[in-house]
Design a protein around this ligand. Structure first.
Ligand SMILES: C[S@@+](CC[C@H](N)C(=O)[O-])C[C@H]1O[C@@H](n2cnc3c(N)ncnc32)[C@H](O)[C@@H]1O
Length: 345
């Protein structure tokens, strides 16, 4: 059996990758037990102090803390534990954009589904969806039967969206928009940030009724400039009267024919000169890089919709042209593997 030198970076990455699911879960459990939050407030704590806070048996805490140290998220010096700087920045608070929400959403929804990956990819359908009650074709619709999990899921999505949203909100193109239709706008996180940044902008959030209810709570502060359109983006008409349509993290869920149908609906709902914005993850054009995009594509195909991926920007550009949009272009290399593809009716 050939062996590789320990100095080989790809070998080190291989070690980390093979153990990553266990370390991910240790980080999620430490988050749920409030370890990072406690050590943020009480750096250099002794084992007994962490134990008093977490209230788990000493041996099990010993095992957990070793794992989280090995993952690089905690340090232990002279027997005292502290957050590593990256954990202190990203995991130690309950703020809306905290990675702690993202971790819990991935732990509860994404990663349990991946035991179905081989079957799902072999059979070409999202077999993990069978673990959720209902007969609706996507996870988003089935989650409406479990409001608690739906809230965890949307809190995670909102936290992640907040992390990548500023690059979108800062785009000068939104300065020229007056009425935005935010298709699949979720709990309103994106529209709220856009209207806060652009004082002339008003927005309509179009999403399924149970998600619109989540948005209802959030939009209170901007209720004069943000409204809700509960419904199904495929079977219900797009409201008219907007001069721009935004698809943020939505088209990537679906297959090419469905994307073309949604883009055609956007085209028909827009006036001449109206704009379309497609914001989300893009794999590289040669489809070899993008770890966030990889996770997302697998999640769609194993669980969420049974199709879709973080398509390369060139796919979106081609679909926009096919539907009739002009001045098609993409802003590439935005944070978190994001891109913004735009067109004009
Ligand atoms: C990945 S989330 C994106 C949310 C938000 N746009 C963002 O960027 O954070 C996809 C959204 O599409 C919505 N969605 C999926 N299928 C839908 C359908 N058929 N009709 C209405 N909304 C749908 C989901 O409920 C969910 O809120």
């Amino acid at each position: 059996m050939p062996s590789r030198p320990d100095s080989d970076q790809s070998y080190q990455q291989f070690h980390f990758l093979m153990n990553a699911p266990a370390l991910f879960n240790a980080a999620a459990t430490a988050t749920e037990l409030g370890v990072f939050e406690f050590l943020h407030q009480h750096p250099r704590s002794l084992f007994e102090e962490v134990r008093e806070h977490t209230r788990i048996p000493a041996h099990q805490l010993r095992v957990l803390l070793q794992a989280v140290c090995a993952a690089g998220l905690l340090t232990r010096t002279d027997g005292r534990y502290s957050n590593a700087p990256v954990a202190d920045d990203l995991l130690s608070t309950d703020a809306e954009d905290s990675w702690s929400h993202i971790l819990l959403g991935w732990k509860e929804v994404y990663y349990p589904a991946f035991v179905h990956m081989t079957t799902a990819l072999r059979t070409g359908t999202n077999t993990a969806l069978a673990t959720y009650p209902g007969d609706e074709p996507t996870l988003y619709q089935r989650l409406s039967r479990d409001p608690e999990l739906e809230a965890v899921f949307h809190r995670a999505m909102s936290a992640f969206t907040l992390r990548s949203l500023d690059a979108l909100a800062e785009r000068p193109e939104f300065g020229g928009v007056r009425r935005l239709l935010d298709v699949g706008g979720g709990d309103g996180t994106t529209s709220l940030r856009l209207v806060a940044r652009h004082p002339e902008l008003t927005a309509t959030i179009f999403d399924i009724p149970s998600v619109s209810k989540l948005a209802d709570d959030k939009i209170a502060t901007f209720s004069d400039r943000v409204d809700l359109r509960p419904g199904n983006i495929f079977t219900d008409d797009f409201p008219v009267g907007s001069d721009a349509v935004l698809f943020s993290h939505v088209l990537e869920i679906f297959a090419a024919e469905q994307i073309l149908a949604l883009l055609k609906k956007a085209y028909d709902a827009l006036p001449p000169g109206g704009r379309v914005f497609i914001y989300g993850y893009n794999v590289s054009d040669d489809e070899t890089s993008g770890v966030y995009s990889a996770r997302l594509g697998l999640y769609f195909n194993v669980l969420a919709s049974g199709q879709g991926m973080a398509y390369p920007a060139t796919d979106y550009e081609e679909w926009l042209r096919q539907v009739g949009f002009t001045a098609v272009e993409t802003v590439r290399d935005m944070p978190y593997e994001h891109g913004l593809t735009m067109g004009v009716r």
